[in-house]
Design a protein around this ligand. Structure first.
Ligand code: MOS
Length: 766
């Protein structure tokens, strides 16, 4: 028995459906077990540092060609003439593909229009002469080397007939808005008469907050290596949605879903952007036309031109309160942008639906359409920018009534979900606030702004609530195979984008099965495996966990059947046994046990394999389920230059059971760092005359670098959520939320200047 197994106090029973009312919690959350909760290092770490982890653009294929794209330089209109002969004659060129010779393709089903749709937009790609945005790919060159392809695309000349385009967010708002929707639901909520209660409230704030567009910049560029064999398409992709990508490609190319095999074993960051964009589709089309395999790696500029990001927002938050701070009215409305060809509305009111109690609410997101690349999901779409507005406004109200901003928040802590009326599954935000305030020494904060100075630097403290919902989407499934040597292979079409999925799931599975980590292999990132699992919405852990629970149930039932009457387990019901020390044992008598190896040997089986689907995700209908964090920031603002330095940051999280403190802390810190970028730097510069992104590189589009980031402290409550598989809620997206406001509030405390439009650049502080 290994040391870790010795630490197991008892066998772990089958997980009941804790997410159904009346069901009891997953046994993994009731007490601490061997691997769950341990700071296990990422199991893919050694492969990565040795350079042996193959990413999408690193798969060798015989006869490979390399692709380069030529982008439209106008926002709307049509191609009058496209001159490709020079490119065609350039050295090494295999193919120049434009709308004139591209194979016939169906429209891409856009994300959200079907459970398996992965398209960033719903355009028919390279099928006609129409231009939809400045940066759209109008030609693809294939050549024997990347350099030859890059050179050849530079020789292409296009004449456009230009139509008037909508490329100014402000102008579009002036021209009129339309109601927004998110996942088919209207983004509109009214409870009571918020306008009337706001009008008569004795204390109030009413302010407008603005956030700019953001572009995705994962370290790994979007890339795919693609090859056809007859009507079968093989895609080595960088994807957070392999099953979705395969189905969507099958629709576009008019083939069967099984004819598309997508794998994505390693992804160098996704954040919502590693779905299906034009490059994979064009790469597949070109491979078909040229009858050669294709590698397409977007340049950094190419990612800016053809992969969507976060849309700009203009938000009004109006809070009406009593003198004691309790809220009469919360009004959070505003506008965001989308395009005529996508379905993603940045849902910035979602956090406001559940954070605070109030007598009345009016929440509403309206939209305008811009002729730009389709916007998409970007780490905490909605909450990242919505909490900037809401949590800035809370800070403004606290200043207005002279109350500590933490106290104001706790005073408005709801008993139940304030807009849905549902009980919370677990909510420890007050505990997170208290623990964080103590650790950050919040008592040192001066309520009066501009009170603390260190030479030329003004120093301030700010805080904000962070939050992100628990989601679990339908489609979770898993296959568990146990082999004669007592090892288990668990297979799910899930994704490892660097966040620790494979590691955390291996920990959970080892504990459930009573195995050590090296006896468990977690297979993922492959459409031949079970499940429709999206690494998005911070829901992958729950989705995989629920699939594993279902497969584990089936496995135990099968194992008991196989064990038969000659086993010490004979006569036991599946609910009476658990995984323990390489086999099954009776929950109430650990001496009654048999190893998996022994059961399989006696049954003369080399292995046993079961597959099952996760239960329907009904838990969100019964409980209001959200993660929270209290974010604390110390900002230093140079009085002479306006420069902002973040000198301290603490995130105090309440995200259910933390399965792996090492990988979770990394997610929290990564989210906070991205939040610092949102607060201080990130901004897509759109030339409103042409709709062209003017800063399409990491030299001009700024993200935090090491010197911008202090040592970030993270702590957590680690209180299990009894209504989720494993007691965990997602940890991927929450870290970015609340950070914008925590920084803005710290800057206000330092300087007395309230910056309501992000990013907080030095010109706004002079
Ligand atoms: Mo996340 S924006 O759902 O990858």
């Amino acid at each position: 028995m290994s040391i870790v197994q010795a630490a197991l106090k008892k066998a772990i029973a089958l997980a009941p459906d804790s997410w159904i009312p009346g069901g009891s919690p997953d046994p993994l959350i009731r007490e601490r077990h061997g691997h769950v909760g341990q700071p296990v290092s990422r199991i893919d770490g050694p492969l990565k540092v040795a350079g042996k982890a193959r990413f999408a653009a690193e798969f060798p294929i015989e006869g490979l060609t390399y692709a380069a794209l030529h982008y439209s330089s106008v926002a709307k209109g049509r191609i009058v003439e496209i001159r490709t002969s020079e490119a065609e004659q350039a050295p090494g060129v295999v193919l120049v593909m434009t709308h004139r010779n591209a194979p016939s393709l169906a429209k891409a089903p856009a994300f959200g229009t079907n459970p398996k749709a992965a398209g960033g937009d719903d355009l028919a790609i390279m099928q006609d002469d129409r231009i939809h945005w400045n940066g759209q790919a109008v030609a693809l060159v294939l050549a024997e080397t990347q350099e030859q392809a890059d050179h050849a695309q530079s020789l292409i000349r296009v004449d456009y007939e230009v139509d008037a385009a909508s490329t100014s967010f402000e102008q579009a708002i002036a021209d009129g808005t339309e109601p927004g929707q998110f996942m088919g639901e209207p983004l509109k909520l009214r409870i009571g008469d918020a306008d009337a209660l706001f009008a008569t409230a004795p204390a109030k704030v009413d302010a407008t907050y603005r956030t700019p567009g953001h572009n995705h910049n994962p370290i790994e560029l979007h890339a795919a290596t693609l090859a056809w064999s007859g009507d079968e398409l093989r895609v080595h992709d960088a994807s957070q949605a392999v099953t979705h990508a395969a189905w969507t490609l099958s629709q576009i190319f008019g083939i069967k879903e099984e004819q598309v095999h997508v794998t994505s074993p390693f992804v160098g960051g996704g954040f919502g952007s590693k779905t299906l964009w034009h490059h994979q589709i064009l790469g597949a089309a070109a491979a078909r036309l040229a009858k050669r395999p294709v590698r397409i790696v977007l340049s950094r500029e190419g990612v800016f031109r053809t992969v969507g990001g976060r849309a700009p927002t203009e938000q009004r938050v109006a809070l009406g309160a009593r003198r004691d701070g309790t809220f009469d009215a919360i009004i959070h409305t505003g506008v965001t942008a989308m395009t005529p060809h996508n379905a993603m509305t940045e849902p910035f009111i979602i956090a406001t639906r559940s954070l605070y109690a109030a007598k009345s609410f009016r929440l509403e997101v309206d939209t305008v359409k811009l002729n730009t690349v389709a916007n998409t999901f970007m780490r905490a779409p909605g909450e990242a920018v919505g909490t900037f507005a809401l949590e800035s406004a809370i800070d403004e109200l606290a200043a207005e009534i002279g109350m500590d901003p933490i106290e104001l928040r706790i005073r408005n802590e709801p008993e139940r979900d304030p807009t849905q009326g549902l009980p919370f599954s677990q909510r420890g935000i007050v505990a997170a606030w208290r623990a964080g305030a103590e650790r950050f020494e919040w008592y040192k904060r001066q309520q009066r702004p501009r009170s603390v100075r260190d030479g030329d630097w003004l120093v301030g403290l700010g805080c904000a609530t962070a939050t992100y919902p628990y989601y679990r989407m339908p489609g979770g499934a898993a296959r568990i195979t146990v082999t004669r040597d007592g090892r288990a292979i668990v297979a799910v079409a899930a994704h490892e984008m660097g966040m620790g999925t494979a590691t955390a799931q291996t920990q959970v599975i080892a504990d459930r099965l009573g195995l050590s980590m090296d006896q468990v292999k977690f297979h993922y990132g492959d459409t031949s495996l079970p499940g429709i699992v999206l690494a998005g919405g911070s829901q992958q852990t729950a989705s995989v966990g629920a699939g594993v629970v279902a497969a584990h149930r089936a496995l135990v039932a099968e194992m008991l059947k196989l064990a038969g009457n000659d086993s010490p387990l004979a006569g036991l019901h599946p609910s009476e046994v658990g995984g323990f020390d390489g086999g099954l044992c009776a929950l109430d008598d650990h001496d009654r046990r048999e190893s998996y190896a022994s059961i399989l040997a006696r049954a003369q089986r080399t292995e046993i394999s079961v597959e099952a689907e996760a239960s329907m995700p009904l838990e969100m209908q019964h409980w209001s389920m959200h993660s929270h964090a209290a974010m604390f920031c110390e900002a230093r603002v140079n009085e002479v230059t306006g420069e902002v330095r973040i000198s301290r940051f603490l995130g105090s999280f309440d995200c259910g059971r933390i399965l792996n403190p090492k990988t979770a802390a990394s997610q929290f810190r990564g989210g906070i760092i991205m939040g610092l970028g949102l607060a201080l730097m990130e901004e897509t510069q759109l030339d409103e005359r042409t709709g062209r992104i003017m800063n399409p590189s990491l030299a001009e589009y700024h993200v935090p670098v090491h010197l911008d980031v202090p040592a970030i402290d993270v702590i957590w409550t680690d209180e299990a959520d009894p209504r989720t598989p494993m007691g965990a809620r997602g940890v991927g997206e929450i870290g970015i939320t609340g950070v914008g406001a925590a920084v803005a509030n710290a800057v206000f405390n330092a300087t007395g200047k309230r910056v309501r439009d992000l990013p907080i650049t030095l010109d706004k502080l002079l």
